[in-house]
Design a protein around this ligand. Structure first.
Ligand code: HAX
Length: 429
């Protein structure tokens, strides 16, 4: 970590100065107003958080440190982690340094397996993943050093914990896959492999072409971050702002990721795809698919993988996966089904007129590619997402500790207060 640490150490004073100067000179400027509808509507569109690792604009989708995600599709997840933290892609030496550091930390402690093996068999893989993260909290350097550290040093302990976590997440997650689905014993990390490739190898699926490893690298890169207001990032940020250490904070983020409207959507998407393939004994006609989608909407269910709280275009991460699929598995019925849904569902959602974004998000395709390569246990997919999102959660945490971001504490108001205020001129406008 020496190079990453040193690069951050050289950047942080200017980051702090920049923040202080901005607040001093322009601290009273208004950047957002909040309506009653937003207050009841999940704070959608309210600007009240800082996130410098990435931005998600309605018309462009994910941009990491000024680089559109499509341009990062061929980068390794480790490179993206360095970019998230520093705003720069690493040169060959800095990348090798970071990879070496992660390899040294990759061994999963034995007590993690003891705990995971003791869990009930019907525990969800995300519950196992989170349990493993929390049980490793005893290793936190941030917590151990907390009393002795000056607050300007918090980021270094947060970085140390983050690197420990990120190094171990693939091994933990792959071990969960093997234990939960009775695939055999966890496979040891291989120091010859890069981070994403090692994860693929530890899952133990056959990969004669090496394309599954490529998919895992791509998957880890595409899901790494999605600015600061999504449920997992915001939960992680809030818990971290209490100076709970990165294990607690990342675990909080992962609990949010486990929700069906967030990370679990990828599992629901594949179920949707498979249900249709089974019902129609293959890829349905466009008319059958249109009717099936309407039936689903009328029964009060969402179309998984479509819509987004921020995006108003096809998610560029969907496009990146689609390019990969078109190259690696265009002939597979699963991929054809994803294409058919993409052709029909946006029109159905537009006709229904409720979803503000009728276009596919990343979850509309990711599961289908995994399925093609033999990773067919779709209740595991959120764990893969979690390993990747660990990169962004940790990067955001380290930066927040470097900036000394205070404890999150927005003001809540009661419905009664809103009713009384809504009668006043200021709010009635
Ligand atoms: N199917 C059916 N209805 C949908 C819809 C979809 N895919 N997307 C939105 N709507 C509905 C909403 O349920 C809402 O209906 P009500 O007014 O009856 O409550 C209405 O359209 C307006 O919603 P919105 O403002 O367009 O969307 P939100 O910001 O409230 O929600 C969601 C964004 C992603 C949660 C939503 O689009 C959704 O539920 N999509 C399906 C689940 C999904 O794909 N989730 C993964 C998102 C990506 C992600 O975070 N991954 O981790």
């Amino acid at each position: 970590m020496a190079k990453l640490h040193d690069r951050l150490a050289s950047q942080i004073p200017a980051l702090r100065d920049g923040m202080h100067a901005l607040v001093k000179e322009h601290g009273n400027k208004v950047i957002s107003e909040v309506t009653i509808a937003q207050t009841f509507g999940g704070m959608r569109g309210v600007k009240g958080l800082i996130c410098d690792t990435s931005v998600v604009e309605p018309d462009t989708g994910l941009v990491i440190r000024n680089i559109p995600i499509a341009q990062l599709a061929n980068k390794l997840p480790e490179e993206v982690f360095y970019l998230l933290l520093t705003g720069e892609l690493p040169d060959a030496e800095a990348l090798a340094d970071l990879q070496g550091d992660l390899r040294q930390r990759a061994q999963v402690p034995d007590y993690v397996w003891t705990v995971l093996r003791a869990m009930p068999e019907d525990s969800h893989p995300m519950t196992m993943f989170n349990t493993a993260i929390l049980v490793m909290e005893r290793e936190s350097i941030f917590r151990k050093k907390y009393e002795q550290m000056h607050k300007e040093e918090y980021w270094e302990a947060a970085l140390e914990d983050s690197l420990q976590l990120i190094a171990k997440l693939p091994g933990v997650a792959a071990g969960i896959y093997r234990l939960h689905y009775k695939k055999g014993e966890p496979i040891a990390t291989n120091p010859q492999l890069d981070w994403g490739e090692d994860y693929a190898a530890m899952l133990g699926l056959p990969d004669p072409s090496g394309e599954f490893a490529n998919l895992m690298r791509l998957y880890m890169t595409l899901h790494s971050d999605h600015e600061g207001g999504n449920v997992s990032a915001f939960s992680c940020h809030t818990v971290g702002s209490a100076l709970s250490d990165p294990y607690y904070a990342v675990s909080a983020g992962m609990n949010g990721l486990a929700g069906p409207l967030h990370g679990l959507a990828n599992q629901e998407c594949l179920a949707f795809v498979l249900e249709m393939l089974e019902k129609f004994k293959g890829v349905p006609t466009d008319e059958q698919l249109r009717q099936y989608s309407w039936d689903r909407l009328k029964s009060g269910h969402v179309i998984p993988g479509y819509g987004h709280a921020v995006l108003r275009v096809t998610d560029p991460r969907f496009n990146a996966f689609h390019d990969f699929g078109a190259r690696a598995c265009a002939g597979d019925n699963i991929f054809k089904m994803v294409d058919a849904i993409f052709r029909i569902v946006p029109g159905v959602l537009k006709d229904q007129g409720k979803a503000k974004d009728p276009w596919p998000n990343v979850d509309a395709i990711s599961g289908s590619l995994l399925y093609h390569f033999g990773l067919t246990e779709f209740d595991y997919y959120t764990v893969l997402f979690g390993v990747s999102r660990g990169l962004g959660l940790c990067a955001q945490l380290v930066i927040n500790r470097a900036l000394g971001t205070p404890i999150t504490r927005p003001k809540s108001v009661s419905t009664e207060w809103l009713r009384s205020q809504s009668k006043s001129d200021r709010l009635a406008a």
